[in-house]
Write a protein that binds this ligand. Structure first.
Ligand code: ATP
Length: 445
């Protein structure tokens, strides 16, 4: 984890928030490469969960909602609280369920009785900070989906079963955040809520569980590093009738990266009760009204970001880029899946003091830029530039040399096979497309 944290800082993936003021309580900022990787994860999820499915539509609900939403969902009551204990000696605080012994893990001191601590973050809307103006930053994105169930149903003519997917920020006042970006107080969730007939809920639960595991495997997570664990009743979220945690084998142990939940009719029936709106679905074939049951898939963007980084991070023996003198010296290669790699291509003039080469290299860069996320790099020896590219997972390094000026071709080096080929400049775009290198980085792209 230390190597990954330091790579993230050094190369501009992740920075501690408000760092010049000594940081701010488990919030992080995503730098130039981090935002590309995050966007690629979100794009891969959106493609899988909407484009590749038949009946899933998207939504972007607001973060701030009526406080009544959180009353109805059970988040303001005991349902969304962790048990907090304090050390009587060093005053450090811990989540009781994370402790193995009934002693302070930092100093061995005696602990206080556990008390409930609600994770919702309070805020005020409007100029008067009274109770009527009080609301909360959302702790999960899915409530925005439930309160829009009728709007989506009526405006998009969906029939059950169908899903609504959303990506957005969520906030939790975690007692013990930590492990870098694994547990933060502000994070992003990618959630899909599948509305179905109650008697089909078990079938769809299994279906979505399989789909979600396949998504990770398809993006390079190895089978032995991922598992699905059924959560026993007493440890389940307050809304869950059935729960599976998809876990990744991090350096600090097996930890949840995604939850699959059968939420039954908990959310819709509670919102119907509190809002006095009929949120039941009329099934034309069966001629009956019922609350659809909900299967939820919920993953944190940053947790999956960390899992993808851990999976991709490799230290290989020196010599790969001719920048290391012995095999003992390690070189870093980030073997991110090609859809996730933040920068797909780097364009490298062999030398930077020959005008013709520089001009040609910039021409190649301009040619590729509208199609792929690529960078131009002319600083340092060619070996160092290959090495910098490998470290951030660049898929292809394209070198412009003296031969290019005569032959109109370039050397293209593949990150994973290390194979180098000469390709005509006019064939470059087709060549990269034939390797399925993903197009531009915009989320909608
Ligand atoms: P945990 O048990 O780790 O606190 P949870 O069971 O409360 O997680 P869910 O409410 O099921 O998590 O949220 C779904 C997903 O959202 C999680 O699998 C995780 O990827 C992400 N997530 C939840 N809390 C955080 C957090 N504090 N920081 C980053 N990601 C989070």
């Amino acid at each position: 984890m230390n190597q990954i944290t330091s790579l993230c800082k050094r190369r501009g993936f992740v920075f501690p928030s408000s760092e010049i003021y000594s940081g701010f309580g488990s919030c992080y900022d995503f730098g130039p490469l981090g935002v590309e990787l995050k966007n690629n994860i979100k794009k891969a999820w959106w493609k899988e969960m909407l484009q590749n499915q038949e009946d899933v539509v998207g939504l972007d609900a607001s973060i701030l909602m009526s406080a009544k939403v959180w009353q109805a969902s059970g988040h303001l009551t005991a349902g969304f609280a962790d048990e907090l204990v304090d050390c009587k000696k060093c005053h450090h605080r811990f989540r009781k369920d994370f402790l193995e012994k009934n002693k302070c893990p930092d100093c061995g001191g005696e602990l206080t009785e556990a008390r409930k601590f609600n994770l919702m973050m309070k805020t005020f809307v409007g100029p008067v900070e009274d109770e009527a103006a009080q609301t909360y930053l959302r702790a999960e994105t899915c409530q925005g989906i439930y309160v829009n169930f009728l709007n989506v149903l009526n405006s998009s003519r969906q029939k059950i079963p169908f899903g609504i997917a959303q990506i957005g920020k969520a906030f939790r006042n975690e007692i013990t955040p930590g492990n870098f970006i694994f547990r933060m107080r502000e994070f992003e969730q990618m959630e899909m809520q599948w509305f179905c007939e109650p008697k089909q809920a078990d079938k769809f639960f299994d279906f979505w569980k399989e789909q979600r595991i396949k998504w990770y495997l398809g993006l390079g997570i190895k089978k032995e590093n991922i598992r699905a664990i059924e959560v026993p009743e007493k440890e389940r979220a307050h809304y869950a009738k059935k729960q599976i945690d998809i876990e990744y084998k991090f350096a600090f142990g097996w930890k949840e990266i995604e939850g699959i939940h059968n939420r039954g009719d908990w959310d819709l029936s509670n919102h119907a009760k509190h809002s006095r709106q009929d949120l039941r679905y009329f099934d034309e074939a069966a001629k009956e009204k019922y609350f659809p049951h909900i299967i939820e898939t919920s993953v944190g963007v940053e947790r999956s970001f960390l899992a993808f980084l851990c999976e991709a991070y490799q230290e290989v023996e020196g010599g790969r880029t001719k920048t290391t003198k012995s095999k003992k010296e390690k070189e870093i290669v980030l073997k991110l899946h090609q859809d996730l790699a933040p920068i797909k291509i780097i364009v490298l003039p062999l030398v930077k003091n020959k005008l013709k080469i520089v001009k040609k290299a910039r021409e190649v860069w301009q040619l590729l830029k509208p199609w792929f996320v690529c960078q131009y790099d002319d600083a340092g020896s060619i070996g160092r530039r290959y090495r910098r590219g490998d470290e951030i997972g660049v898929l292809y390094a394209i070198t412009i040399d003296f031969e290019t000026l005569e032959q109109e071709d370039v050397t293209i080096r593949d990150r994973d096979t290390m194979k180098q080929e000469r390709i005509k400049i006019k064939e470059l775009i087709e060549f990269l497309k034939s390797k399925s290198v993903m197009g531009d980085s915009r989320l909608s792209g």
